[in-house]
Design a protein around this ligand. Structure first.
Ligand code: NAD
Length: 251
């Protein structure tokens, strides 16, 4: 990479997949803008990333508490990043939540929280990223979806709807801005060992791994590798795609 560092913004980077994605991008040489729900935990994440063996001391990281479900907050954070670093090369929309319930019992708040955080926030972040990316005549947008967008999952109608929407938006925006040199893709993880899946009991865990041809849950590193590939020069002719990283559980 040249001396002028590229910039990547990763939402939901205080732990789990987003944290590992941000770390790998920093190791690749990107300056980072990362956010999470709490200032203290996102500051800790930034410190940990700075301390990684593979991260050059010249890598700069800005870390902010941002509620991505708030249009003003997420759009300001994207704008601040582009202004601070003078460029925005990669946007990774990773922040996501679940509020599971069977449909008959699903509360309006459970529906709204998941749609606001997982779907509307992705649109708002992408919209704010378009100006700096168009100015630069290039950029990479990578949205984290889920295997359940394609499979469906009982008790997760809100989550499946949000991720299905993310995949549909990914294709639409890819068509809209391909001529500007900006690619838009999604990565759809299967079941990955993070806080989001930590509550699975032993039985559910065994049942789940039984459905995965590779016989294990994925690791955040498996997702980070796919994100780094889509951000790389090697992926320059790939747009509008959903890259499935799920150990074969859905084909
Ligand atoms: P996680 O719960 O471990 O981490 C979620 C991150 O998002 C945290 O940093 C949290 O602070 C942040 N976040 C949540 N709400 C936010 C908000 N309103 N504003 C800002 N940040 C917010 O989750 P994870 O397992 O690492 O999941 C990351 C992404 O991967 C999510 O989009 C999730 O839907 C997706 N995913 C995860 C799995 C899995 O099995 N873990 C599978 C498929 C898809």
């Amino acid at each position: 990479m040249s001396d002028v560092k590229k910039t990547a913004l990763v939402t939901g980077a205080s732990r789990g997949i987003g944290f590992v994605v941000a770390g790998k991008l920093a190791e690749t040489g990107y300056n980072l803008a990362i956010c999470g729900t709490r200032q203290e935990t996102i500051d800790q994440a930034a410190e940990q990333i700075r301390g990684l063996d593979g991260v050059d001391s010249g890598v700069e990281i800005i870390a902010r508490a941002v509620d991505v479900s708030d249009r003003e907050q997420i759009q300001s954070f994207v704008q601040e990043t582009a202004k601070h670093f003078g460029r925005l090369d990669v946007l990774v929309n990773n922040a996501g939540i679940t509020r599971d319930n069977i449909s008959m019992r699903m509360k309006a708040e459970e529906w709204d929280a998941v749609i606001d955080t997982n779907l509307t926030a992705v649109f708002n972040a992408m919209q704010a990223a378009l100006r700096p990316m168009m100015r630069a005549r290039g950029g990479r947008i990578i949205n984290i979806s889920s295997v359940v967008a394609g499979m469906g999952n009982p008790g997760q109608l809100n989550y499946c709807a949000s991720k299905g929407g993310v995949e549909a938006m990914t294709r639409s925006l890819a068509r809209e801005i391909g001529s500007r040199g900006i690619t838009v893709n999604a990565v759809a993880p299967g079941f990955i060992a993070t806080d989001m899946t930590a509550d699975l009991g032993e039985d559910a865990h065994a049942q789940l791994t039984g459905q995965i041809p590779l016989g294990r849950l994925g690791q955040p590193e498996d997702i980070a590798a796919a994100v780094c590939f889509l951000a790389s020069d090697a992926a320059g002719y790939i747009t509008g795609q959903v890259l499935h990283v799920n150990g074969g559980m859905h084909m």
